[in-house]
Design a protein around this ligand. Structure first.
Ligand code: SAH
Ligand code: SF4
Length: 417
């Protein structure tokens, strides 16, 4: 199977004022000798079958069968595919696997949140393995899976710990879909499998994973094709069948890709706004120097299919004395006028070495009230899985890159309500 292209992000040189907006991606994906079929589109699956000698006339039917076994039944090996002939199963097993990313750690929070640390192949033998995390957040009426799109992130949002990581590479579609497969394996969320038990799991609906958010590590619109292909597989009605209304892609504001995301992905959109003035947003989300707030909001206005039932979520991280004044709240409401919007206030999750603090609870409430009175539902995202450090912006980096002392400090902070 061909090697995925080198990370397609053009390295951006120092801006005129010498502020470096983005890091250059360092690593690329090298496919294993026996590739996994997970993450291939139907067309790519047909090609893979063709390469093993399946005749063109048979391919469509075989693709349908494979799709069913892989994505509807969760098959982990070809022997399980009883409707496929023994000969073909043997041929497939010779050339391919159904491997998911390797799970190196699983943590279960007292509130039911689960976090998996996944190891992905690295480019050079012997180098530090690439790792990402995937988090499952259960609620009574839904189960949300938070997926990563990159190892690290080339952007450097000043409040985000992922941005401090040096290593960056794009995930392949298989590695993105693979996170869903791993989560469903671990939760027993396949037909006939033994379901996970424990506190906090959804009690309604027949599925443990009903929603997906692309809010883990990485900027999904900087890995556009892979994210698009993965979401299209996740939404496929003959397979994983997670409606695009229940899939949310979160972006820091890659303006030129937003229209394309609407056309080719069509999921729900979340935008990490975090500030109402360009000078502050330049600091918090340096990509704002390239795509300022007015351009970003214009792209949002043009996002296809917006209505009161289908709104853009604006994420706003609450940073004490930085962006949390009542004047900011009023400006936020004015700024979003005319855009079908939801506002999601996120308590800042501190990490060792950060210069920011989370806003005081009373201030978050005051802010939220102004937003609410302006007609927006403004849920404050309750921190979940604090005991396992499952918070946004702390994925993986929290468990891997810190010294033991820092880890303890972080854990202590995360446990403080
Ligand atoms: N790169 C994308 C998606 C991943 S980040 C984006 O930036 O939108 C998902 C969300 O977590 C974003 O809104 C991001 O701003 C927020 N986030 C990052 N670090 C955080 C932190 N330390 N505390 C709270 N939210 C954080
Ligand atoms: Fe990257 Fe998003 Fe973190 Fe910014 S907030 S550094 S875009 S992951």
């Amino acid at each position: 199977m061909s090697t995925a292209p080198h990370n397609a992000i053009a390295p951006v040189g120092p801006a005129p004022d010498m502020l470096v907006l983005e890091k250059t991606p360092l690593e690329r994906y090298v496919a294993p000798e026996k590739p996994s079929l997970i993450g291939l589109s139907r067309a790519a699956l047909a090609d893979a079958l063709g390469a093993t000698g399946v005749s063109p006339a048979q391919r469509k039917m075989r693709v349908q069968q494979l799709w069913h076994w892989i994505y509807l039944r969760g098959a982990e090996n070809f022997d399980q595919m009883t409707s496929v002939s023994k000969e073909l199963r043997a041929i497939l097993a010779q050339h391919f696997t159904l491997a998911r990313p390797e799970v190196v750690a699983e943590q279960v929070s007292v509130d039911g949140t689960r976090k998996w640390l996944l190891r992905l192949p690295s480019e050079h033998a012997g180098e530090r393995p690439h790792e990402v995390e995937c988090v499952y957040i259960p609620e009574a009426d839904r189960g949300t899976l938070c997926l990563s799109s990159q190892v690290g992130c080339t952007l450097n949002c000043s409040f985000c710990h992922t941005g401090t990581q040096r290593l960056v590479r794009n995930l392949t579609p298989g590695e993105i879909v693979g996170q869903i497969m791993v989560a469903r394996d671990r939760l027993g969320d396949w037909p006939g499998a033994e379901r996970a038990r424990g506190p906090g799991l959804p009690t309604q609906g027949d599925r443990l994973i009903s929603n997906i958010v692309m809010m883990g590590m990485g900027e999904p619109l900087y890995n556009f094709e892979a994210v698009r292909d993965a979401i299209n597989i996740a939404a496929d009605g003959d397979g994983l069948s997670i409606s695009k209304r229940r899939i949310t892609l979160s972006t820091s504001g890659v303006v030129p890709m937003i229209a394309r995301a609407g056309e080719e992905i069509g999921s729900m959109l979340a935008v990490s706004l975090h500030a109402v003035r360009d000078n502050l947003r330049n600091e918090l989300v340096p990509l704002n120097r390239k795509y300022p707030i007015a351009e970003l909001l214009e792209a949002c206005r043009n996002y296809p299919g917006l209505s009161n039932a289908r709104r853009i979520t604006f994420e706003y991280v609450m940073l004490k004395d930085v962006n949390d004044s009542t004047a900011d709240a009023r400006a936020l409401v004015r700024l979003l006028k005319g855009i079908p919007a939801k506002i999601n206030l996120i308590p800042f999750n501190p990490w060792p070495g950060t210069r920011y603090e989370c806003s005081d609870w009373e201030q978050i409430e005051t802010f939220s009230e102004i937003v609410f009175n302006a007609g927006y539902a403004s849920p404050v995202r309750t921190p979940r899985g604090r005991d396992i450090l499952a918070a946004c912006g702390q994925l993986k980096s929290a468990t891997e890159k810190l010294s033991a002392r820092e880890r303890l400090a972080l854990r202590a902070m995360a446990m403080t309500e």
